[in-house]
Design a binder for this molecule. Structure first.
Ligand code: NAP
Ligand code: MN
Length: 267
């Protein structure tokens, strides 16, 4: 890919330590003839400074741009799944940004349609949880097939890159982001002679649609989460979830494949 991207937007939480660091980045970027923009819509490189949570916000707050390269810089000390650089690796960043042909990787996104609202997008997952002590019921459809009636705490529908987050905590598999698909995991389903669900995580191909209906029968307020943000819509009748045609672009460095990150993070 040709790298003529010169307009950089920095996304970060305004904390003293990070502000100082961004000042330093500003200086170095200018020395290399990059332009720092204050308006994210004018950027073609969006740099997130923080952890994975910050990266999720950077992508969400800038509307999942298709014509932008997203770059994650980790300041948490740990290696993060969405961050390809550590804060102290400035030389490496400059080198990557100045290289004419950098490799780009693309991460699948979920598209979530809630009734007649405009589509929402998720980079990690969409989660649906009962917000009260009682269980709630979901009619689960795969395409037009009524697959199961779920009763329990909720469900998580995750992307491949989200598979190492919430999905993994509830026993879901880690999925290679080169597979465009979505994984569905259960949160404490009731399983007895009256209620029956599959009981194991399952993975749908990118051409399928998952539909959840009857979200509020006897339970007024299920919480719908899009990555790290709660959806504030109430009285929801139907949620359709599919793999989006949109993808998020990030830089791909040597020795930093998805599986190397997984190994370094978990093993
Ligand atoms: P948070 O509560 O601070 O995040 C929980 C942890 O998940 C943090 O350590 C975060 O890393 C990490 N994380 C985020 N995305 C990840 C990914 N794709 N792979 C591996 N780890 C990941 O909230 P947050 O930082 O805003 O992150 C939101 C995410 O937290 C949600 O999308 C959901 O996946 C996850 N979550 C997990 C649970 C659970 O496991 N029980 C419950 C709720 C939410 P950083 O420290 O680098 O930010
Ligand atoms: Mn976090």
């Amino acid at each position: 890919m040709r790298m003529d991207r010169r307009n950089i937007f920095f996304f970060y939480r305004k904390e003293d330590k990070t502000i100082k660091y961004v000042e330093k980045l500003n200086q170095i970027a200018k020395e290399h003839q990059f332009t720092i923009v204050e308006d994210a819509t004018k950027a073609n490189v969006i740099v997130s400074i923080g952890g994975d949570g910050t990266f999720l916000q950077a992508v969400r707050k800038t509307n999942f741009r298709q014509d932008c390269l997203y770059v994650g810089i980790s300041t948490t000390g740990a290696l993060n799944l969405y961050c390809d650089f550590h804060a102290d690796e400035i030389d490496k960043m400059v080198e990557a940004m100045l290289t004419k042909n950098i490799e780009v990787r693309r991460y699948p996104l979920l598209e979530v349609k809630v009734d007649d609202n405009p589509s929402f997008y998720c980079l990690n997952e969409c989660s649906i949880r009962s917000a009260i002590i009682k269980t709630f019921v979901l009619e689960v459809y795969i395409d037009d097939l009524h697959f199961e009636t779920f009763r329990g705490d909720g469900m998580i529908i995750s992307t491949p890159t989200g598979s190492t987050a919430y999905n993994k905590s509830v026993g879901g598999a880690v999925v290679d982001p080169l597979l465009p698909c979505m994984q569905i995991t259960e949160l404490a389903s009731l399983n007895n002679n009256q209620y029956r669900t599959l009981g194991s995580p399952f993975i749908l191909s990118g051409t399928r649609k998952l539909t959840l209906i009857d979200l509020e029968d006897g339970n007024d307020f299920p919480t719908i989460g899009m990555d790290n943000e709660a959806l504030s819509i109430r009285n929801i009748k139907q949620v359709d979830i599919l793999l989006s045609e949109k993808r998020i672009k990030t830089v791909k460095l040597k020795d930093n494949s998805f599986w190397e990150k997984v190994q370094r993070t978990f093993l």
